[in-house]
Write a protein that binds this ligand. Structure first.
Ligand code: PDD
Length: 281
């Protein structure tokens, strides 16, 4: 049975209910996290909990639990599911109150958590890469907050879904930001380029792990603004997220990226990332 956690108790997912006046439902007034679990160990949980704190600070909502209480809840959730690899979703909303955009005075937050099987890329997608399209990034200016207000992301992701592509890569005023559900890296002349982490993109945990590996293993790395022109002429393009891990884009807007297959730098990074996962770090 799929057991979820809602406001203090575990229950079967079909029995979990929230009131229609929940501000998460009415306004998307909520933040969330998605944490991959490998071999029953949450991956970089401290980093996810720190990002959750930053998101809560960003929407001026008090963290309903201490770090230790969050960690215990994660372990309890993992225990309740048999899969070795899980994707744990959590959401904190500003709670239930009469509909009014201004914050309620003292309303307890709604806390929801669920576990789903973790779906990482297929061997074929790792071997061949995936396709993506590009679009203007028309989202708001606080994309560093992991908010459940994802309408912009949904509209942008749908553009690629309709074309049978895996992602929509986004440019704001001619600069690469991220993709609709993942971060983006490019490689040009063997140099790994990452966009600067600022308010225009989510500070992905996987993005941070990739930067850590790149620095430790002395990849040639530049973290800087990346233009649309550089992206469109890149030798390699990668997507990173908790479920995609690191995945090569080999077709962009119907054109091959570089040689149209996952590149040398990607293969090295992919192997290092898999090793890190196996070591349980
Ligand atoms: N999203 N950027 C956006 C817009 C995202 O939605 C995500 C992940 C990322 C990558 O972050 P991380 O490496 O921490 O997964 C970047 C997920 C997993 C989701 O919304 O389901």
């Amino acid at each position: 049975m799929n057991m979820v956690y809602l406001n203090g108790s575990f229950m079967p997912i079909d029995e979990a209910r929230i009131p229609v006046l929940d501000r998460g439902f009415l306004f998307g007034d909520a933040v969330y996290e998605v944490v991959p679990v490998y071999d029953r160990h949450p991956f970089r949980l401290d980093w996810h909990l720190q990002r959750l704190q930053n998101s809560l600070d960003g929407i001026r909502l008090k963290n309903p639990m201490s770090t230790d209480a969050w960690k215990s809840l994660f372990l309890a959730m993992i225990e309740k599911h048999t899969q070795k690899n899980q994707s744990i979703y959590l959401q904190v909303t500003r709670g239930v109150a009469k509909r009014d955009q201004a914050f309620p005075m003292s309303t307890p937050p709604t806390l929801f958590m669920m576990s789903n099987p973790l779906h990482t890329p297929s061997p074929e997608d790792i071997e061949n890469g995936v396709s993506a399209i590009t679009s203007e990034d028309f989202r708001w200016l606080k994309c560093d907050i992991k908010s459940t207000s994802l309408l912009g992301n949904c509209l942008l992701r749908q553009l690629s879904a309709e074309q049978g592509a895996t992602e929509t890569i986004l440019f704001r005023e001619g600069q690469l930001t991220e993709a609709s559900t993942s971060n983006v890296f490019i490689v040009k002349n063997n140099v790994l380029l990452a966009p600067v982490s600022n308010h225009l993109l989510l500070p992905g945990i996987t993005y941070q792990v990739i930067l850590e590996i790149a620095r430790e293993r002395e990849f040639e790395l530049e973290v800087r603004d990346i233009s649309a022109a550089e992206t469109l002429s890149a030798d390699e393009i990668w997507l990173t997220s908790s479920s995609k891990e690191v995945l090569a884009v080999t077709r962009l807007n119907g054109q091959p990226v570089g040689e149209g297959k996952p590149g040398r730098v990607f293969k090295r990074m992919h192997a290092l990332f898999q090793a890190l996962k196996r070591e349980g770090q």
